[in-house]
Design a protein around this ligand. Structure first.
Ligand code: PRP
Length: 211
């Protein structure tokens, strides 16, 4: 029986290599991570892989342009998307942290004023609201570590994986906000209309991951 096509939005960022490796092992052989092409759509068996910016993956899935997505939990939390999250993958492990200059004494106190540079305004705001602080958020698109070095912000909320960027820019971690890993997310309508196909994909991935 011919299976219906499942559109899978995949983060083009750091986790692409690991995700494509897992897909290959799970019966969807591909060379997407190695390919030098500028193409953004790849067909592997009954999957159509859409290579998206990480933060856009939840939007593609929530709005139905993709049936599933494979994306970091940071992007899921930041977009607060309305999707199913049935599987956690042991890939793309990193942390969301609050960091500032090594030389700065930063103690969080309710009601204090603080300016934060970040690519993750929702996560940052929620973290500070738990501390009863209403932060001023400076939204940045990248090289976030520059913000405290230049005085643009007092501290940053950003992801760290190896810790090298923080270390090499003379910053220190003040608090760990969340642990991050990749997850499979599914569009709520697709979960009904493409249930067999989606379950075949998720069970194939599950068989190949060590939990
Ligand atoms: C991310 C993050 C940090 C860096 C941390 O940036 O924003 O800058 O990785 O990684 P590390 O702990 O392994 O050093 P990314 O590489 O995605 O680039 P960007 O600065 O353009 O956002």
């Amino acid at each position: 029986m011919e299976r219906k096509r499942v559109k899978v939005a995949v983060s083009k960022g750091r986790i692409l290599k690991e995700v494509c490796g897992l897909l290959s092992k799970s019966g969807y052989p591909n060379n997407i991570a190695k390919s030098a092409t500028r193409e953004l759509i790849f067909n592997i068996k009954n999957l159509q892989i859409l290579a998206c910016k990480p933060i856009d993956v939840p939007k593609y899935v929530e709005l139905g342009a993709a049936d599933c997505g494979i994306v970091g939990s940071d992007c899921i939390a930041e977009t607060n998307c309305d999707v199913y999250e049935p599987i956690s993958l042991p890939l793309g492990k990193c942390k969301m942290v609050l960091a500032t200059l090594k030389t700065k004494k930063l103690v969080l106190k309710p009601g204090m004023n603080i300016k934060i540079g970040t690519k993750y305004p929702r996560i940052a705001k929620n973290f500070f609201l738990k501390h009863k602080i209403n932060p001023e958020i400076v939204y940045l698109n990248g090289s976030v570590e520059l913000a405290p070095l230049t005085g643009l912000a007092e501290a940053i909320v950003d992801i760290t994986e190896t810790g090298s960027t923080i270390k090499e820019n003379n910053l220190k971690i003040i608090d760990i906000i969340m642990e991050i890993n990749a997850k499979v997310i599914i569009n709520k309508t697709s979960y009904r209309t493409l249930r067999d196909e989606v379950e075949l994909l998720t069970s194939s991935l599950l068989k190949k991951i060590k939990i």
